[in-house]
Design a protein around this ligand. Structure first.
Ligand code: IPE
Ligand code: IPE
Ligand code: MG
Length: 232
């Protein structure tokens, strides 16, 4: 039997291109975001089928507050609607949902939707879907350091202490970060956790993603040689 190529345990996805998808159709940007949520559902099922254990979706960055008030309000509304409205989907497919980011700065309805969805899906074991909202890699590291400083009067801080104070310390580092819409940057996503992540950039706009993209990503990942500073 041929050896099966490994799949990433933890895949990070920078969902990009919703605005361009809408523009191509002369639709408002919000229509692109709505369509993007359908892609998210296809992708999580495809990831589960491939045996990926954790997918972190970058949904709203600490920089996305710069967008128009209307777009921000729509994104917040969509997050609440899809957390509450898709609960049956998460539970049917064994999806555990977790939030990541500075959730304390989000509107109360968003905080409540994340907390109640986390609670309602905490026993699910097929795959973990992490939704990064008001998330910035630099912000996460700063918050971790500030937490340590509150309880610790040492003069030095170790990498392990920082790691333990990140938002979701029980999750493994991200093995691969992929981005849609052919943009090639991290945009402040998982900066600490991506120290040794493989990177992949794909042309399709996020609302067009589905099982094909996940299969391509798994094939690409299986061909990477991860050395972690050592030799093969
Ligand atoms: C990604 O799509 C969604 C979010 C950042 C919330 P964009 O809205 O960035 O789409 P483009 O880059 O304008 O096409
Ligand atoms: C990154 O996409 C943030 C999310 C996907 C949530 P952006 O579209 O905001 O990133 P930039 O501004 O093009 O780097
Ligand atoms: Mg974008």
């Amino acid at each position: 039997m041929p050896e099966t190529a490994p799949v990433p345990t933890h895949l990070g996805i920078i969902m990009d291109g919703n605005g361009r998808w809408a523009k191509e159709r002369s639709l408002p940007r919000t229509a692109g975001h709505n369509e993007g949520l359908k892609a998210l559902k296809r992708v999580i099922l495809a990831a589960k089928a491939e045996g990926i254990k954790v997918v972190t979706f970058y949904a709203f960055s600490t920089e996305n507050w710069k967008r128009s008030e209307q777009e921000v309000a729509y994104l917040m509304h969509l997050i609440v609607a899809k957390l509450h409205g898709e609960l049956a989907f998460y539970n049917r497919h064994g999806i555990r949902v977790k939030g990541r980011g500075d959730l304390s700065a989000l509107p109360p309805a968003v905080q409540e939707a994340i907390a109640s969805t986390e609670e309602a899906t905490k026993g699910n074991e097929s795959i973990t879907a992490v939704i990064a909202i008001n998330y910035g890699g630099r912000d996460e590291i700063c918050r971790a350091v500030n937490r340590i400083l509150k309880t610790n009067d040492q003069k030095t801080i170790s990498e392990e202490e920082i790691r333990q104070n990140l938002d979701l310390p029980d999750l493994p580092d991200v093995d691969m970060i992929v981005r849609s819409a052919n943009e090639r940057r991290l945009s402040n996503f998982l900066l600490w956790e991506s120290a040794y992540a493989e990177l992949g950039f794909y042309e399709a706009l996020w609302p067009d993603w589905g099982a094909d993209e996940i299969q391509t990503i798994c094939r690409d990942y299986g061909q990477r040689v991860r050395k972690f500073g050592g030799v093969e």
